[in-house]
Design a protein around this ligand. Structure first.
Ligand SMILES: Cc1cc2nc3c(=O)[nH]c(=O)nc-3n(C[C@H](O)[C@H](O)[C@H](O)COP(=O)(O)OP(=O)(O)OC[C@H]3O[C@@H](n4cnc5c(N)ncnc54)[C@H](O)[C@@H]3O)c2cc1C
Length: 377
């Protein structure tokens, strides 16, 4: 062990922090994880409904809110490189038909297990129950002050403290305000009354002042307060109160085909949609159309509109938008442009991605990038 071996302190033992510590230790540094809770990786265990959707094939820079900033990290750590990294830790993975990558075991704990195993092999220290309160510099080293009054010194600090963390501000960085995203949306409920609990495949369009700003196809889950499902979670990254969501419930059909289909079923009266949709959806569409006039029916089926009223379930939002302002960090190394020896990764930065493995991918990839840089720079 060289006497000039750098000490890298990683603040937060989540997805990003564990990878940062591994990369720093692999590059020869002495890495210590300080985690405020009693164990590392607690959130990781809850991801993907306990299955951990750890990456996506492919991952593009445009899948994130700051494409130019994430580009360099994603170029080095694309989906294949990240899965190779996990394979090198002994994790077998599978990718489903929609590009979502999971551990073969279908259990998030397998991901945490291999990360912790590698940390142990490399001698990474885990110090749990240590909440960092503030940080500063003394004689060229970083001084960390914890909630219990203890202090520690190190050469490099990696902020891996996740969404909603204000530690970057403590270190002099600007914080972009926080808001919950990747959450269900609260909407006006009259058009979808009685549908709670039902699912439908739809093309979903977000409209602002009448203009379409985002469209995605997928499964929508109706809730008593609004809409959920992966497509809606993705929309929640863009949606504002007052925007309108339009649902096309027969997206595979062109207008003429659909018109002919409905026209041929007019004599079924109130049973018009029986056999096409769940009974309650059929009833809601008839209610929305206000009767059996053909163009009103077509519009109800292909353009069922609800107004967005806000985030439906902030407590269970998967991601917090906001965090350390990216322009104050070098996109190649993730080192602060204001404070030498300070790095910021994962959700602690103002980076968020789509639903489907993109946020964990960023946490892992940014952690691996910053860990290596912190050990070498
Ligand atoms: C229910 C749920 C399911 C999700 N599922 C997926 C999914 O399947 N795929 C996907 O890509 N993304 C998913 N996400 C999002 C993903 O989990 C996060 O984007 C990712 O965990 C961010 O990683 P991170 O390392 O930046 O932060 P985190 O994983 O949040 O880790 C931050 C760590 O820092 C610690 N910490 C905070 N402040 C301090 C402090 N002052 N001192 C010491 N320690 C501190 C925290 O306790 C925590 O352990 C999900 C999120 C949720 C909530």
């Amino acid at each position: 062990m060289g006497k000039n071996r750098k000490t890298v302190a990683v603040i937060g033992g989540g997805a990003g922090g564990l990878c940062a510590a591994i990369a720093a230790a692999e590059a020869g540094a002495s890495a210590v994880i300080y985690e405020q809770s009693s164990r590392v990786g607690r959130k990781l265990l809850k991801t993907g409904n306990g299955r951990c959707n750890l990456s996506h094939d492919p991952v593009y820079r445009t899948d994130y809110n700051h494409p130019d900033f994430v580009g360099a990290v994603l170029e080095r750590w694309d989906n294949a490189a990240l899965l190779d990294f996990f394979a090198s830790l002994g994790l077998l993975t599978v990718t489903d038909g929609e590009g979502r990558c999971y551990p073969l075991s279908d259990t998030a704990s397998s991901v945490l297990d291999v990360l912790r195993l590698r940390c142990a092999e490399l001698g990474v220290e885990e110090r749990c129950g240590r909440e960092l309160r503030s940080l500063g510099q003394r004689r060229g080293r970083w001084v960390l002050r914890f909630a219990d009054g203890e202090e520690a010194e190190c050469d490099r600090v990696i902020l891996a403290s996740g969404g909603g963390s204000t530690l970057a501000k403590e270190a002099g960085h600007r914080l972009v305000p926080f808001s919950p995203i990747l959450c269900p949306l609260r909407t006006e409920t009259a058009p979808i009354r009685g549908l709670s609990g039902l699912r439908a495949r739809a093309a979903v369009t977000l409209l602002r002042s009448g203009e379409a700003i985002y469209t995605e196809r997928g499964e929508v889950l109706f809730r008593d307060y609004g809409l959920s499902g992966i497509v809606i979670l993705n929309l929640s990254r863009l949606a504002r109160t007052g925007d309108v969501i339009s649902l096309n419930l027969m997206p595979g059909w062109d207008a003429e085909q659909l018109r002919a289909l409905l026209a041929a079923r007019m004599d079924r009266g109130s049973e018009l949609f029986t056999g096409i949709f769940h009974r309650r959806i059929g009833e809601a569409l008839l209610r929305q159309a206000g009767g059996t006039e053909l163009s009103a029916l077509l519009s109800a089926v292909t353009d069922l509109r609800v107004k967005v009223e806000g985030c439906g379930d902030a407590a269970n939002a998967q991601v917090t938008r906001g965090g350390a302002a990216v322009e104050e960090f070098d996109p190649l190394t993730l080192q602060s442009r204001l404070r030498e020896g300070l790095y910021c990764i994962g959700e602690a930065l103002d980076i968020d991605g789509k639903c489907g493995g993109y946020n964990l991918h960023w946490a892992f990839a940014s952690g691996l990038t910053a860990g290596r840089s912190a050990a070498n720079d």
